[in-house]
Design a protein around this ligand. Sequence first.
Ligand code: NAD
Length: 297
Amino acid sequence: MAHMNVPNRDEKTQSMSLANSVLVGLIGEGIGPSRSPFMHETEAAALGIKLIYRLIDLPVLGLDVSSLEVLLHAAELMGFSGVNVTHPCKQAVIPLLDGLSDEARALGAVNTVLFREGKRMGHNTDWFGFAEAFRLRMPGASLERVVQLGAGGAGAAVAYAILKMGAKHIVIVDVDPQRADDVVQKFSALFGADRISGAASAAEALIGATGLINATPIGMAAHPGLPLDSALLRPDLWVAEVVYFPLETALLKAAREIGCRTVDGGGMAVFQAAEAFRLFTGIVPDAARMLANFAAE
Ligand code: NAD
């Protein structure tokens, strides 16, 4: 086979800096329904920026996560400013990067990779997405004792966000106790053992709680239902949801019916995209416009 003269990453980045358009994308599995292309491209158009957001769906290409390094290299060579990554790449991408933001390192998960000056830098904007949405939609909510269901990828980002926002205590419940324990151990070390614990059941965890977060997939179109017995809800609990497809989950509906303050998962999805957009382009997007476009789509 003829030898291919592949430029190194420094040469590639220099040529990219001359470009007047932005090429980004998302690498993951089953990302066909992702709203990221719509969110990024619509906001870029409103700002007068030429931006193309490509979906790089591993199974559609006949690939799996073992192709991630090749795809990152290809994206760099083809002038991408960066890529978002999602399941199953959020941890797998870390050994392929030159550096991590403090938050990505703390979470052990990356959802945004920037290609800059021949280097690949990993960031995590999921936690920021939850924090911004919560600040906007739940002003004054008590963070005295927060119960979180689900300790997977989204759960780790949300627990990190709520602790960064000053939660006095967060209780993690997962049907897989090892997963809950992993998150408790990770954030005890970072935020203090008095601020996070695990519980065996939602009923036990909710005694004296001020708020409830669903970070499980239960409530998604593909996983309908409630992640806990609705009899455990009380009007004095605020309820935050990470599921955003659909926006109105069975949990939010049940919570609203008894008078709880609620926040849906759409804001987290929009603000994680807004922060990734800022990282990719260097331009702060209009998050209010992004929220309105997301709700109207
Ligand atoms: P995951 O599979 O990594 O983790 C889900 C966890 O929930 C697992 O540990 C599982 O054991 C646990 N679980 C399932 N049912 C439970 C129950 N009834 N009670 C307690 N724990 C339970 O999934 P993930 O990647 O963390 O995603 C979770 C959800 O978050 C998905 O619906 C995803 O779409 C959503 N999400 C939303 C955003 C957003 O921007 N709004 C971002 C990321 C993920």
